[in-house]
Design a protein around this ligand. Structure first.
Ligand code: GLA
Length: 380
């Protein structure tokens, strides 16, 4: 939505002009899947789809948010936060963690809207969290620190919402730069910005299937990774190299399944490091091969794809101009991402939609996306 419309909605709702507009983007992960909670490496980029809030401060400790998309207005008191079960839990969780970290918060009223598809693996919840954190920074007048805010938002999701996610999504929504992917070391939170190669489009392919039972499967993968790290005698699988893994996997007592889970993490970390190198040198072909290898590892070793994702990736790989394709995000449904020759992006899009419809009977949504800026204040 254009900020202009958002301003009008704010006026209609609260009979006054907003003081601020903030936005925070969704993300697509280029490579490095399920590595974040193994202290490993990831390479997400913020997309040109976001959550926006128009807001003004209000006296007292109430926070009111009117969601234009869900057509509901919900509120909470900063001084007496109580758990509930609605979308407002994300803003509440952020408020709770900001206060625990010692930030003095002001109340505000806001209208909120967004165009990040929900449950598609593009981090709509991280976008809400970071937009709310940005809103609190604006009305309460504290300095914006992207990394601190990402950590606080992750805690909100872990402790208040109860989803045991890693740090990737919040870091991407908080700290990305336009035109770049964010190369993140999830142990040190050290960041490098990797420029996207010229002449290449990043295309998101939404299978239109949504992940079910994802929390239990996600937690199961986390536990298996932790078990593998324990058996290897290291803090996290990030500390095991591909060579070490191959040399000693037989002597550590890993079950067949746990060994495959660990193999994915160890090899995926290696692929992220190589991906950053080949992005710098502009070797798009190799980058595409790494995408393909990542998907196959997620499909056969980590087992977090579903039929729709596998069919989508196959359709993408056969379409014009494709360098490589893989599932993105937690998996079990949602989106794939493809690296495509820019000039062929349109032909690619048509071909994938038609092939996917024919093979799966489902309608895909396709977004050719731009790498955008992390959470920010919009000038009004
Ligand atoms: C979800 C989680 C992230 C990460 C990915 C998988 O998006 O929120 O922390 O673990 O899955 O890479």
């Amino acid at each position: 939505m254009e900020p202009k419309n958002l301003i009008q909605h704010f006026i209609n709702n609260f009979n006054a002009k907003p003081e601020f507009i903030v936005r925070a983007p969704g993300r697509v992960n280029l490579i490095g899947e399920h590595t974040d909670y193994n202290d490993g490496f990831v390479l997400p980029m913020a997309i040109d789809r976001a959550i926006w809030l128009a807001l003004r401060s209000r006296p007292g400790d109430q926070v009111r948010i009117h969601s234009l998309d869900l057509e509901t207005e919900l509120a909470f008191q900063l001084n007496s936060l109580k758990p509930g079960t609605d979308w407002i839990e994300y803003p509440k969780g952020v408020a709770s963690e900001l206060m625990k970290a010692g930030y003095p918060l002001c109340g505000f009223e806001a209208v909120m809207t967004g165009n990040v598809p929900r449950g598609a693996g593009l981090s709509s919840s991280a976008a809400v969290e970071l937009a709310v954190a940005r809103a609190f920074a604006a009305v309460s007048g504290f300095e914006w620190d992207a990394i601190k805010m990402a950590k606080i938002s992750q805690k909100a999701e872990n402790l208040w919402v109860g989803v045991n996610c890693g740090i990737m999504d919040q870091m991407a929504s908080a700290a990305c730069h336009s035109g770049h992917a964010l190369f993140l070391d999830c142990r040190s939170l050290e960041i490098q910005y990797a420029p996207l190669p010229h002449g290449v489009s990043v295309v998101i392919l939404d299978t239109s299937t949504r992940r079910g039972l994802v929390d239990s499967a996600y937690n199961e993968r986390r536990n298996q990774c932790e078990e593998a790290a324990r058996l290897f005698g290291v803090k996290a699988l990030r500390d095991v190299s591909v060579e070490e893994f191959e040399k000693s996997k037989g002597e550590k007592g890993l079950s067949e399944v746990v060994s495959r889970r660990a193999k994915h993490i160890v090899s995926e970390n290696d692929r992220v490091l190589e991906a950053v190198q080949v992005m710098k040198s502009g070797n798009v072909r190799r980058l595409g091969e790494l995408f393909n290898a990542s998907h196959d590892s997620l499909r056969y070793d980590f087992e977090v794809t579903n039929d729709a994702l596998n069919v989508m990736v196959e359709c993408a790989r056969e379409a014009p101009g494709c360098y490589g394709a893989r599932m993105t995000g937690a998996g079990f449904g949602g989106c794939a991402v493809a690296l495509v020759e820019e000039e062929k992006a349109e032909a690619f899009t048509h071909a994938v939609i038609a092939a996917y419809r024919q093979r799966s009977g489902l309608e895909a949504s396709v977004y050719v996306c731009k790498a955008s800026e992390g959470a920010s204040l919009v000038h009004i």
